[in-house]
Design a protein around this ligand. Structure first.
Ligand SMILES: C[S@@+](CC[C@H](N)C(=O)[O-])C[C@H]1O[C@@H](n2cnc3c(N)ncnc32)[C@H](O)[C@@H]1O
Length: 318
């Protein structure tokens, strides 16, 4: 069991906060669902707009966020609930129980608290247990993936989720090294990655282990699968004119969000060469604006972790 995190001054800084507030603009009496509560930076701002009337449903698969939620709950007379679980599962349960929302936020990826706590094993910068589970009670950890996945599939994970050029070489080096001794620490993995890639590439674009760590994190937490399953559930939960905001941090996530919004905006699923629509599906969302919103230079300077953020917003058709 991980110790609870006590809120501090160095908590996660909410990304694109003004833009999210503007996009979701909750009104008193409304229901907000924050699918990725984290340290509650966005939730705190959104709840403020409810002026004590309405509801916040906060979701996170990481149970250590509970003290952050308590801090917000104590400061508002709006109803507030924290649900522990994977957001696509929780959203589907809420939707099938008839719960409806006016504003839904997904701020994807890991929080600063997860990245900065070495024992969570997300960071390549410090030696720590090889873990990377957002939910510490989940079955699959990075240690399992690294020690038990065959060479071919490992390379595929690194290529697909990390866009790693040296995926095959790294996978081969991992398999060779684990035959002697299984991996248990991030430091050993970083060393193996460095040895597997050509010397000039070790000093190229960022840290040499960055892309493999991103790929493992995505695989361990099934991040893309969760997002694919969550978007239709969020749409089902939204009331007419309800607002959906999704912040993604890499192109794999953004592509899923963009494709979902495009399909829902289009509605009709008939093949393009059909002269008439026979499916009868109509548009269910309207993207506003059509392009992703990016952080300003000033925000990136203040909070470098916001650099790759992309916000997409849509309104459910009434
Ligand atoms: C980028 S942080 C959110 C930060 C938050 N918006 C704030 O202002 O503090 C992402 C959070 O979402 C959680 N998370 C990511 N994917 C999740 C999923 N599929 N289901 C539930 N929680 C998830 C992580 O555990 C993490 O706490």
């Amino acid at each position: 069991m991980l110790p609870s995190v006590l809120p501090t001054e160095t908590d996660h800084v909410p990304v694109l906060a003004d833009e999210v507030l503007h996009a979701l603009s909750p009104r008193p009496g409304e229901t907000i669902v924050d699918c990725t509560f984290g340290s509650g930076g966005h939730s705190e701002l959104l709840v403020g707009c409810l002026r004590g009337e309405g509801k916040l449903i906060a979701i996170d698969r990481d149970p250590t966020v509970a003290p952050y939620f308590e801090r917000i709950r104590r400061t508002t007379t709006a109803k507030a609930r924290l649900l522990h679980g994977e957001f696509s599962v929780v959203l589907n349960q809420l939707a099938s129980n008839g719960v409806r929302a006016d504003a839904i936020l997904l701020d994807l990826g890991v929080s600063s608290m997860q990245l900065d706590r070495p024992e969570r094993g997300f960071s390549y910068a410090v030696d720590a247990p090889l873990d990377m589970r957002m939910d510490p009670s989940a079955d699959l950890s990075a240690r399992d993936v690294v020690n038990e996945t065959n060479e071919w599939d490992l390379a595929d994970i690194f290529r697909r989720y990390g866009e790693e050029r040296y995926a095959r070489q790294i996978a081969r080096a991992i398999v060779r090294r684990r035959a002697k001794q299984p991996f248990t620490r991030t430091g050993d993995l970083v060393e193996t990655i460095k040895q597997a890639i050509p010397a000039p590439a070790r000093f190229g674009e960022g840290h040499p282990a960055k892309r493999v760590f991103q790929a493992l994190r995505i695989e361990v937490n099934d991040e893309l699968g969760s997002l694919e399953r969550a978007l239709p559930a969020a749409l089902e939960m939204l009331r007419p004119h309800g607002r959906l905001a999704v912040i993604s941090f890499h192109s794999l996530e953004d592509r899923i969000v963009k494709r979902f919004l495009r399909n829902e905006e289009h509605g009709c699923t008939c093949p393009p060469d059909f002269p008439l629509c026979v499916c009868g599906s109509t548009p269910s969302l309207r993207a506003i604006p059509r392009r992703a919103i990016r952080p300003s230079a000033a925000e990136v300077a203040r909070n470098p972790r916001s650099q790759s953020a992309r916000l997409r917003v849509a309104v459910k058709v009434g």
